[in-house]
Design a protein around this ligand. Structure first.
Ligand code: ADP
Ligand code: MG
Length: 416
């Protein structure tokens, strides 16, 4: 029996490792990952059911609940339901008894899993263990009840064995599985972060030296152009030419400023900042830019929330993200800006109802030079990520194509 349990754990772990290694090798696939999660989970379930642990009393047990739970909690409804169907269809051929009761119990567990899914996604490793153990215990209640009805006398004789097989081994195996998935995912995140920081560093160094040298001649040219514009004898046509030249120079200065901000040290002058006031101020400064683009900025935040940091950096952070939102929004639309509180953090929500982003765009956001705009620099978000990281914060992007995007900036709150 011990060997059979080892086989079960081995099956669950090795196939999951295969799946994780496979997704790591193909990071570009996004939707297909879910198809493969379904495939791998179904495979584990079928194998677990094919080589179950058999007790001398005729009771059989396996660890199919673990891949089944993984399919729901990591893949969601659309991965979980097909996996459930496979499990039921195969289960019907292997052992078709008590099918009504099994369907009923699984529906209850599915409802429970869907209820906790959102919280599960956002929780820490330890809480994930608690949630999954909760699902397992709920499952155990149903299994024990079924055993009690069908094999009540055997339960009394093999209490220890059954409690090991139903409760302890699945929970331990589950901890191993969740630990493995979380460790590999955290590792992948860390690797991406490192690659990004490295690139930022190189770009920053390079950009600073070039940008600084270019900005000075531009200032000189602009000064002389303004002088020429004051010449009253010049015809209207030349005025127009000069205005266009000035506009383009301003655009060039904007791009150079983007580059320069990469190289500036992140510390700045640290102060206690009222983020609500700053958000309202940024809304005012961007009002005319939004107006030209036909967008209305709607700042809902009223209550004061404080953070510690440099005003210039925070302002730049908000400006960059709101500007992107305005650029992505259609004419005659609004953008909602708000600040919420979450434990020891504040969440600044910047939501637009514009073009939205694909999963690939979200993944690449913040990479140096990544832009989808004709005249974009692809540096705005990179600077934002840099600023937020310097203050131990995080940026989260929620987006749906053609529906809009919500940027959430999470920063440690200052509470005096
Ligand atoms: P830039 O604005 O110069 O293109 P950013 O770093 O500011 O560079 O943004 C990078 C890319 O991220 C943009 O080109 C765009 O494709 C995408 N992006 C950023 N914000 C949004 C948004 N609110 N909606 C849709 N796409 C966005
Ligand atoms: Mg931008």
């Amino acid at each position: 029996m011990f060997v059979e349990f080892c086989i079960q754990i081995f099956l669950v772990l090795t196939i999951l490792i295969l799946y994780l290694a496979w997704t790591r090798l193909h990071p570009k696939l996004t939707k297909q990952k879910f198809v493969f999660l379904f495939f791998f989970c179904s495979l584990i379930i079928i194998l677990c059911m094919s080589y179950p642990v058999k007790y001398h009393s005729g009771i059989i047990m396996d660890l199919r609940i673990i891949p089944w739970m993984v399919s729901f909690l990591y893949g969601g409804f659309f991965v979980g339901i097909p996996t459930t169907l496979i499990m039921f269809i195969y289960g019907f051929f292997v052992d078709g008894t008590s099918i009504g009761y099994i369907i009923f119990s699984h529906i209850i567990i599915i409802i429970f899993m869907l209820m906790i899914k959102k919280k599960f996604e956002e929780s820490s490793y330890l809480n994930k263990l608690k949630y999954t153990s909760g699902v397992l215990l709920l499952h155990d209640v149903f299994v024990i009840f079924l055993l009690y009805i069908n094999h009540s006398n055997m339960i009394y004789h093999s209490k220890l064995l059954i409690s090991m097989g139903i409760i302890i081994v699945p929970i331990l195996a589950n901890w191993l599985v969740i630990f493995l998935i979380e460790a590999i995912q955290a590792n992948e995140k860390f690797r991406l972060e490192m690659a990004r920081s490295e690139k930022i560093h190189i770009v920053g160094q390079l950009a600073a030296s070039v940008a600084h040298e270019v900005r000075n001649p531009i200032t000189v040219v602009k000064g002389f152009m303004q002088l020429i514009q004051h010449d009253e004898e010049m015809s209207g046509r030349y005025h127009y030419y000069l205005q266009t030249m000035e506009k383009e120079l301003d655009r060039a200065t904007g791009i150079i400023n983007d580059y320069l901000s990469l190289a500036k040290p992140q510390e700045g002058c640290t102060k206690i900042i009222n983020m609500t006031e700053l958000l309202q101020f940024v809304c005012q400064t961007l009002h005319s830019y939004a107006f030209i683009n036909g967008v209305k900025l709607h700042c809902k935040a009223k209550k004061a929330y404080y953070v510690k940091g440099s005003i210039e950096k925070m302002q730049q952070l908000l400006v960059n993200i709101i500007k992107n939102g305005i650029e992505a929004s259609p004419k005659e639309s609004v953008m909602d800006l708000d600040i919420l509180e979450e434990k020891k953090h504040i969440l600044i929500k910047i939501r637009d109802y514009g073009q939205g982003m694909t999963a690939e765009q979200i993944e690449k956001a913040g990479m140096p030079f990544y832009t989808t705009k004709e005249s974009g620099t692809g540096l705005g978000l990179m600077v934002c990520y840099q600023i937020v990281e310097a203050y131990n914060g995080k940026i989260h992007i929620d987006s749906e194509l053609h529906k809009g995007t919500c940027f959430t900036i999470k920063l440690p709150a200052y509470n005096g």
